[in-house]
Design a protein around this ligand. Structure first.
Ligand code: ZN
Length: 397
C-alpha cells in the first residue's frame, strides 16, 4: 500500500513541463528541512508530483523563490571543512574530491591535450576548476556564481581567465565543456534553461550534469532550495527536449548521484554514445514507489533518532546534509559529529566538535546519518569503535 497520500485538484503548475497537474504529497509539510549549504531549515515545504511528466518537485511559487533567496543570501560553502570540497570514496577505499572522480569517468570524451575552454556554472569556491586545471593545464576556464562572494578566490586559480556572476547573459564567448555539478536541481524550468545554454556551447561542445539521486539518498528531498528531484528518465527527457543527445548517463560515476554527459543534437553524429544506465530500467524506475518509500523512510528515521538514549554522549556520523537534518531532529541534543574526512576532523559543525572515529567519546551513541549502504560500510570498517552505532533502516523500493 502506498504510504503517502496526495492532495489532488489544486491545479498547481509543474515548472518542468508546464502542465497544471501538480499533486502535493501530504506527509512532507511537517518535515524539518535543510539548506544546501548544510544549515538546518524550518519545516513548511511542499513536495509535489506532476501527473503529466511525473517529475517529483517542489512547487516553484513566490514562497519557494522567497525561501531560496533567503538561503542564498546567507550561503556558506563547505564551511565544515574549511573550504575543501566534499570527498567521495573511490573504489570504496580512498577518499578523493568529487570533481576528480567525475573527470576520471568522463575523461574518455574530452581531448585535454588540445587547448579548450571550460565554464563551470555554480563554481562555488572553485574546487572543480582547481581540479580540472591540474588535469588540463592548456585549457582556459571561467567560473560562474550567483554572487561575487568567491570572486577573488576563484580568479586566483591557475588557468581561470574570468569569473562572472549574476546573469549568464554577461558571457559572450563559447565553451567546449560546460559543467553543471549540483546545479540543475536548483533551477526553475530546467528544459528552457538547458535550451538557452546552446548559445554558450561550441558546436561540438559538451555539457556535464550531475545531480543527487533522491531515491538512493532521500535526504535530498529535504533540501529547501532544490526544486526538482530528478531520476534518470526525467533527466534524459529534459535533455532531449532541450535539443541534446545523451552521450553518457550513469548512476555509477559517483555513488548516489546521477551523471549525464550531453552534446547538441546536431553534433552527435560522429560521437560514440555509451550508457551505464539500462534504458529498459525506465519503466521500472517510474513504477517504483518514489517518493512514497523515500518519505516513509525519512519518517522512520525520525522515530529512530528520537529514541536514542539521552543518558550518554550522543553524536552524529557525518557533517553534510543528512547529519545537519538529524541534528535538528534530535532536539539539538547532540554533543559531537564524527567524520572520516581529514578536512573536517578537528573543525566544528553547528558549534559542535567533529571527531575522528578513533576519538569518539567512550560508550557514546552515534547515529550514522547516511544512506543504509554507506552506514553498513562504516559499521564494517569500524568494528572496534568505542560507541554504539545506530544505522538507518533498509531502503527498499
Ligand atoms: Zn510536469
Amino acid at each position: 500500500m502506498s504510504f503517502a497520500s496526495t492532495i489532488t485538484g489544486i491545479n498547481l503548475p509543474c515548472h518542468i513541463c508546464g502542465a497544471q497537474q501538480l499533486d502535493l504529497v501530504s506527509n512532507y509539510h511537517d518535515l524539518p528541512r535543510v539548506a544546501s549549504d548544510c544549515v538546518p531549515w524550518r519545516s513548511g515545504g511542499r513536495l509535489g508530483i506532476c501527473k503529466a511528466c511525473l517529475c517529483v518537485q517542489n512547487p516553484v511559487d513566490p514562497e519557494w523563490h522567497a525561501e531560496t533567496h533567503e538561503v542564498y543570501s546567507k550561503y556558506k560553502i563547505y564551511t565544515q571543512s574549511s573550504g575543501s570540497e566534499q570527498g567521495v570514496f573511490a573504489e570504496g577505499k580512498q577518499l578523493i574530491p568529487r570533481s576528480a572522480k567525475i573527470f576520471q569517468r568522463a575523461a574518455t570524451y574530452f581531448d585535454l591535450a588540445k587547448p579548450g575552454r571550460l565554464l563551470d556554472i555554480g563554481c562555488a569556491n572553485g574546487e572543480l576548476l582547481r581540479c580540472f586545471g591540474r588535469l588540463a593545464p592548456h585549457w582556459k576556464m571561467v567560473g560562474f556564481e550567483i554572487d561575487d562572494k568567491r570572486r577573488k578566490e576563484v580568479e586566483s586559480i591557475p588557468g581561470v581567465e574570468a569569473f562572472a556572476s549574476g546573469s549568464l547573459e554577461k558571457l559572450t564567448k563559447s565553451f567546449d565543456i560546460i559543467t553543471l555539478i549540483h546545479v540543475l536541481e536548483h533551477l526553475p524550468k530546467p528544459t528552457q534553461w538547458l535550451r538557452d545554454l546552446h548559445r554558450l556551447l561550441e558546436p561540438r561542445g559538451l555539457v556535464l550534469i550531475q545531480v543527487p539521486d533522491p531515491k538512493q539518498n532521500p535526504y535530498n528531498l529535504l533540501v529547501a532550495d532544490h526544486c526538482s528531484h530528478f531520476i534518470i528518465p526525467d533527466l534524459i527527457e529534459i535533455a532531449e527536449q532541450a535539443g541534446y543527445q545523451i552521450l553518457a548517463c550513469s548512476d555509477k560515476w559517483v555513488s548516489r548521484e546521477f551523471s549525464l554527459l550531453i552534446t547538441p543534437l546536431t553534433a552527435a553524429d560522429s560521437r560514440r554514445a555509451i550508457s551505464e544506465y539500462d534504458v529498459s530500467q525506465h519503466a521500472e524506475d517510474r513504477a517504483a514507489s518514489f517518493p512514497e518509500t523515500a518519505l516513509q523512510w525519512l519518517h522512520d528515521i525520525i522515530k529512530q533518532a528520537q529514541s536514542i538514549p539521552k543518558n550518554k554522549a550522543r553524536g552524529i556520523w557525518g557533517t553534510a546534509i543528512a547529519a545537519t537534518w538529524l541534528y535538528s531532529l534530535m532536539d539539538s541534543q547532540v554533543d559531537f559529529f564524527v567524520d572520516e574526512d581529514v578536512h573536517r576532523i578537528g573543525q566544528e559543525h553547528l558549534g559542535k566538535p567533529v571527531y575522528s572515529p578513533s576519538d569518539v567519546p567512550v560508550d557514546s551513541h552515534i547515529f550514522v546519518a547516511l544512506t543504509p549502504e554507506i552506514a553498513s560500510n562504516i559499521v564494517c570498517r569500524w568494528p572496534h569503535i568505542n560507541a554504539s552505532l545506530h544505522v538507518p533502516p533498509a531502503l527498499v523500493y
